[in-house]
Design a protein around this ligand. Structure first.
Ligand code: ADP
Length: 712
């Protein structure tokens, strides 16, 4: 049986081996045992039920609480060539009925449903008439009142599953680690705790870091600009900060989207869509964003403000790097955030829970101050003590030089004491830099010996220094209506000359960007195909697959199939388009050639390898079918069919251009070519209405027998 599972993994998903825990979970299900699988986000939980669904006869039901996630999952399955569908509130009554009728005919291997569906009696009756070998309960922690997303309708699952004539196997899946939640899931779904598959919680491709005592907006801007080609999320604690950050980033010419609960549904959905489709690279959001976001190529998650606890932090940060590629998770810490979080806890928590929430907040603050491995801190927090330093995080890799700032620290602390320890950071910085502000003279601070003692520095620099001293716990913040600063016990030792202070240079921003030009081209191709097919780009191929293509430079079907994430269906659908793009790139970049042993690139090879295919397209084209119709019939991407027809045109085959370029556009294209010249396609495209595609312009050149040697 397991050999079959392995073959299916290769055939449909294009992966050559199972990840840690997957094999065990699949085996347990195939042995007919109710099972619980606990893996971190991105660990590969979906395959644990999808492979058994392919093996077992009948339709597997997947219960998932998140509508957007369901859609992405179904899109991804269809892309793999696996028949799947969903039923949730996003469908109309008629549509839902249609899907259910098809499901009853056995047309789907997997049917995703929202838990609320189980409350419908008709629906449950329908289920009773279907062969259902397996029920997968995704996000199973929703069953527990101890979890953070309790959903009462999850409590119905066991009763309904029990009422089905052939009692299905139940597989519960979650990323939530706490033993209490796990116990609840097992009790509720009748899972023997022995049938637990729990992998470690370490995310080996994530590097964590905390930046403190630095200008955070400056850091953020620099970071986002350096990683402009990559997708990232910036979390802020309040809606107001999200709006402010969004405006500032836009002003700084950064293509940001935003998301928070204060926006209306339409706006939120459209912003989320821009991000999912890689149209906006940065999402600025409150914690309202991210549940059910399956986007696998998020390269960084920055918390602009302190998160409220480690649970939320690991969940939010964990949205980075689901595809397994290196990604970064950064907290930009400033002491005033503690105040904001305290305020939020005060506002939103029930009285009884406030103390508990404050304790959790403190552990989050401690995370920002630890000098030990950050990944290890997180794992310990979640109860995993069998760990070692990660060697990747900001603390493990910190090699910054440090300078002695004892004298400046003494000046600041002495000033704080002389001002009566009842003022905030801004006022202290003003006194130290000798500001002429009226408020300062009102308090008589200009006569303090520390007035203007750091006047060679800017107020911003002194403010950063104060922030650093707070981070070092030499100064402390008294949280009240306005936070005030006082000298902590440790600071007094510095004032007495018993201890010195060393400050490290500012942390420099890094890039997680992949600057390979071929990667950029393949990403563009993926984006075009995704927009034709109305699915997010990561559903077509993950970044991991594109990167593998950049390394292996596949030029034939066989080689393309060896790429991680390329199964038979995707080879058929997208192979030609990607192989062509890679081949073109290799021809234009002679220094980039496939490893020895592979046949060198040549157009001849394209004809040899994929030649049959474009003739098939040509025959269908001759019968008068449109490009879309051929793509649909052949289950190939539109881009692939377009490429086939261009190849035929290049080879002087009888292509019917009237089917490729609508008459009304021919004249417009002619005018645009006359105006922009024939050097590049882009200036021509810019002169034309959006409906005129690059393909039409290229086809136009063949039609008008113009020279084609133009680049986009
Ligand atoms: P989870 O639900 O645990 O967050 P997913 O099931 O979405 O994770 O998987 C995360 C990513 O890992 C997906 O892009 C998936 O295709 C990939 N993946 C899963 N299993 C494997 C495997 N055996 N080999 C390579 N990639 C895998």
């Amino acid at each position: 049986m397991f050999e079959q599972a392995r073959q299916l993994l290769k055939k449909y998903y294009g992966y050559s081996s199972f990840r840690h825990g997957q094999e065990q979970a699949i085996q347990s299900v195939l042995d007919g045992k109710n099972t619980i699988t606990v893996m971190p986000t991105g660990g590969g939980k979906s395959i644990c039920y999808q492979i058994p669904a392919l093996i077992l006869p009948g339709t597997t039901i997947v219960i998932s609480p998140l509508i957007s996630l369901m859609k992405d999952q179904v899109d991804a399955l269809v892309q793999h060539g696996i028949p799947a569908a969903l039923i949730n509130s996003s469908l109309g009554v008629q549509e839902a009925r249609q899907v259910m009728a098809e499901a009853k005919q056995g047309e789907y291997k997997l049917l995703y449903i929202a838990p609320e569906r189980l409350e419908s009696r008709d629906f449950v009756e329908d289920l009773k008439s279907m062969p259902i070998p397996l029920v997968a309960v995704d996000e199973a922690h929703c069953i527990s009142q101890w979890g953070h997303d309790f959903r009462p309708s999850y409590l119905n699952i066991e009763r309904i599953v029990n009422s089905l004539p052939d009692k299905p196997i139940v597989l519960a899946l979650t990323a939530t680690a706490t033993p209490k939640v796990r116990e609840d899931i097992c009790a509720s779904l009748y899972i023997d705790e022995q049938n637990s598959v729990i992998t470690g919680f370490e995310r080996k491709n994530l590097s964590f870091s905390v930046i403190k005592g630095q200008d955070r907006y400056a850091f953020l801007k620099d970071y986002v600009k350096k990683n402009a080609a990559e997708a990232g999320i910036i979390y802020a604690a309040t809606r107001k900060t999200v709006d402010q950050l969004y405006e500032r980033l836009r002003k700084d010419k950064i293509n940001a989207a935003r998301y928070h609960a204060g926006m209306n549904d339409t706006e939120r959905i459209s912003e989320q869509d821009r991000f999912l489709k890689d149209e906006a690279t940065v999402m600025v959001a409150t914690s309202a964003f991210g549940m059910g976001i399956d986007k696998s190529n998020i390269r960084y998650v920055v918390h602009f403000q302190l998160p409220k606890n480690m649970e939320s932090y690991y969940q939010e940060a964990g949205r980075a790097g689901r595809d397994g590629l290196d990604s970064e998770c950064i907290v930009l810490h400033s002491s005033q955030d503690v105040q904001i979080q305290r305020f939020l806890i005060d506002q939103s928590s029930e009285r009884a829970r406030i103390q508990q929430e404050l304790e959790k907040l403190q552990l989050m603050v401690d995370y920002c101050h630890t000098e030990n491995c950050l990944q290890e801190y997180i794992l310990h927090y979640f109860g995993d003590h069998d760990t070692a330093s990660c060697g990747r995080c900001g603390n493990c890799t910190d090699s910054r030089a440090s300078v002695d700032v004892t004298k400046e620290a003494q000046m600041v602390m002495s000033c704080v004491i002389r001002m009566g320890q009842r003022f905030g950071k801004a006022m202290i910085a003003q006194v130290l830099t000798g500001s002429k502000n009226k408020k300062i003279s009102d308090f008589g601070f200009q006569s303090l010996p520390t007035y203007g003692i750091l006047k060679e520095k800017s107020a911003k620099e002194v403010s950063d220094l104060i922030e650093f001293l707070i981070a070092e716990e030499l100064l402390a913040v008294q949280h009240g209506q306005f936070p005030t600063i006082y000298t902590a016990a440790k600071g007094k030792d510095v004032l007495l000359g018993k201890q010195t202070v060393h400050r490290k240079e500012a942390v420099k921003t890094r890039t997680v960007t992949n600057d390979d030009p071929l990667f950029a081209e393949l990403r563009e191709l993926r984006r075009n195909i995704a927009s034709e097919e109305k699915v997010p780009p990561f559903v077509i191929f993950s970044d991991t697959s594109l990167k593998d293509m950049c390394t292996k430079l596949p030029l034939s079907d066989g080689e393309f199939l060896a790429i991680s994430g390329v199964g038979e269906h995707k080879l058929k659908k997208y192979g030609d388009a990607f192989i062509q793009a890679i081949m073109q790139f290799c021809e234009n970049n002679p220094d980039r050639q496939p490893e020895a042993g592979l046949v060198p690139p040549s157009t001849k090879k394209v004809k040899k390898e994929v030649g049959e295919s474009h003739f098939v397209t040509l025959e269908m084209h001759k019968t008068g079918l449109t490009i879309e119709e051929i793509a649909k019939k052949r289950e190939m991407a539109i881009t692939t069919i377009e490429n086939h027809l261009l190849q035929c045109a290049r080879d002087d085959q009888a292509v019917n251009f009237d089917l490729l370029i609508p008459d009304q556009f021919k004249h417009l294209i002619k005018q645009a070519v006359a105006e922009a010249g024939r050097g590049k396609l882009k200036p021509i495209k810019e002169l034309l209405p959006d409906e005129v595609t690059y393909f039409m312009i290229k086809a136009y050149f063949y039609w008008s027998k113009e020279k084609v040697g133009v680049e986009e």
